[in-house]
Write a protein that binds this ligand. Structure first.
Ligand code: C2E
Ligand code: MG
Ligand code: MG
Length: 562
């Protein structure tokens, strides 16, 4: 790529010869004119004029030192003073060995002795000087981000590696900075304002890195990387950074997030270290205020694990690694407890991690929009299992399945459940539906409509985890439900805490008022059982009777109990 560029530029290259002796200029012209377009000046002043006239098209200056009006030294100085001219390489043509040091300090690139050497050597020297200068320009252009003046990502990474090589014992931090919802900011305020924000961030970064060994780049759009010596107080650093930024931008809607991976592990690649800072930064993605987050390896492991579960879900469904377990529910209103139904509870039999309980993946799948798919699978599997028990054993109990909040938003929920029941030749009374209390409080109107429809079809609705949400009494009295399942947390302490026992009694009264039976789940001990029975609870589910069981085991219970 560089080579092609160089060859393309070759066509138009100009060399400026600056010498007061016409004969010297003539000799050089003859030597160079095969390769270059040669222009001439007989002193410094004229040379400056020629440089200005040829606006950025002079590729090399061959400069004599001793000339009238403005000599070579003065010209070199002038060239150094002007940003645009500084890029032009200058070869000083001199007999004076002593002058070399002075010329180098004034910015000369190379020297050529007088009298002139072999023409081939002269051409080669010129070529080399031009090549080096052009490479430098190319590097400069790619090294810096034109908007902010910070390094570009590629150069940043290389300099970071270089830093590591020479300062291998220095503790370093990796920092990622990002503007919250930058795309929106750009759309709202225009890209010029967006650019101003980015330049301001770069300025603040530069202030921080002043007098340190740190480097920074703009990676893409609104993401900045910093690689710097270990920051002792990250909180102070972040708040100082943010306050400097805010002072300039002065718009409370523009906020920053900083992710810091501190004291980096050098066995990781520089990209990996930045990924960790990015990971910390990502954790603040949905925040509306400025802030920072430190990379936490345990949290990261957990995130990786979660990511793996998300990626593997589809395959696990296809390969039936998800298994429905059944936990019996016992009616305790008679003399002896009697199994009357069961709850379907999902387990992931993972080839690598063993049995994973739903506590690990349900909310994860819910957040990622995958839970519905899993629920449909469970409903289908449960219906198929009931069908199988009916056919093979002639025995079964109704099984309740969990309906999650996201299922409620499905406008075809009723049709879906109905068709599952129909496809397996079952009746709605065979499969109860458990809906968590928080779903009712989240979206009361929609859930009341959905549940009404399901009840018209004769499905039984159990309100799960009752007492964990915030249902008001007035709301409760209007809710269409058939059973109240008391939240496990209350049951846990009824034998130890008077307050919890009193709460239980209140809930029993609510159930009585609503004219619905109660199910207590999480019952583990005889004392709990006795207290619940005394309080008038109808049904009990818990380890006291049985843990959730795989279908084969539950089947034995079914045969024994009924
Ligand atoms: P949940 O619906 O309230 O289910 C009751 C949970 O209590 C189950 O946990 C059950 O194993 C546990 N449990 C039952 N008896 C006892 C006991 O005596 N002591 C203790 N400590 N725990 C007991 P599990 O199976 O881990 O499920 C947790 C939650 O995950 C469920 O709470 C439910 O909200 C959700 N879940 C399970 N399967 C599904 C499913 O297929 N779909 C959906 N959407 N959620 C599910
Ligand atoms: Mg449940
Ligand atoms: Mg529950």
């Amino acid at each position: 790529m560089k080579e092609t560029l160089r060859r393309e530029i070759n066509i138009h290259r100009k060399v400026l010869l600056v010498d007061d002796e016409p004969i010297n200029r003539q000799i050089l012209k003859v030597i160079l004119s095969n390769e270059y377009e040669v222009i001439q000046a007989e002193n410094g002043e004229e040379a400056l004029q020629k440089i200005a006239e040829n606006q950025n098209t002079i590729s090399l200056i061959l400069l004599d030192l001793l000339m009238p009006k403005m000599d070579g030294y003065q010209l070199l100085q002038k060239i150094q003073e002007t940003e645009e001219y500084r890029k032009i390489p200058v070869i000083v043509v001199t007999v004076d060995k002593e002058a070399e040091v002075k010329c180098l300090s004034l910015g000369a690139t190379d020297f050529m002795p007088k009298p002139y050497e072999d023409p081939k050597v002269i051409v080669a020297r010129c070529k080399k000087a031009i090549q080096l200068a052009e490479d430098r320009i190319l590097i400069n252009e790619n090294e810096r981000d034109s908007l902010t003046g910070l390094y570009t990502r590629l150069f940043f990474l290389q300099y970071a590696r270089l830093h590591d090589r020479f300062c291998h014992s220095m503790l370093m931090d990796a920092v990622v900075i990002n503007v919250n919802r930058f795309r929106l900011v750009n759309n709202l305020y225009g890209s010029a304002y967006g650019d101003k924000i980015l330049r301001t961030i770069a300025d603040v970064i530069r202030q921080f890195l002043e007098n340190t060994d740190g480097i920074a780049c703009r990676c893409d759009s609104d993401t900045f990387y910093i690689y710097c010596p270990h920051i002792l107080d990250h909180g102070a650093f972040a708040s100082e950074f943010i306050s400097r930024f805010e002072k300039i931008i002065d718009n409370s809607r523009i906020t920053l997030r900083l992710g810091i991976y501190d004291s980096v592990d050098r066995s990781l690649s520089i990209e990996q270290r930045l990924d960790m800072a990015k990971n910390a930064c990502l954790r603040l993605k949905n925040t509306y205020t400025s802030g920072y987050s430190l990379y936490d390896s345990q949290l990261h492991e957990k995130e990786l694990f979660n990511e793996k579960l998300i990626l593997e879900m589809d395959r696990a469904l296809a390969e039936k690694h998800f298994r429905v377990y059944f936990q019996p529910k016992y009616s305790i209103t008679g003399d002896t407890p009697k199994m009357v139904s069961a709850e379907a509870l999902i387990r992931w039999i993972h080839p690598e991690f063993g049995i994973i309980s739903p506590g690990i993946f349900i909310s994860l799948f819910e957040e990622n929009g995958l839970l519905q798919k899993l629920d449909h699978y469970v409903w289908n599997e449960t219906a198929a299992q009931i069908r199988d028990w009916k056919d093979r054993l002639g025995k079964y109990v109704p099984v309740s399945v969990n309906v999650s909040r996201t299922d409620i938003y499905d406008t075809n929920l009723t049709g879906r459940i109905e068709s599952i029941i129909r496809d397996h030749g079952l009746a709605p009374a065979d499969m109860y539906l458990e809906i968590t209390e928080s779903a009712y409080t989240d979206n009361t109107k929609q859930i009341v409509e959905t549940v009404d429809k399901l009840r018209q079809l004769e499905f039984k609705i159990e309100m799960d985890d009752f007492g964990s949400g915030y249902s008001s009494l007035s709301m409760l009295s209007n809710l269409p439900i058939d059973v109240l399942k008391l939240d496990m947390q209350f049951i846990k302490n009824i034998t130890r805490s008077r307050k919890d026992y009193n709460l239980l009694l209140i809930m029993m009264q609510i159930a009585e008022f609503l004219k619905v039976p109660t199910v207590a789940e999480g019952v583990e001990t005889k004392e709990q059982y006795d207290m619940l029975k005394k309080a008038g609870c109808d049904i009990i589910q818990g380890y006291y009777f049985s843990k959730p069981l795989p279908a084969e085991e539950f089947e034995k219970l079914l045969i024994k109990e009924s």
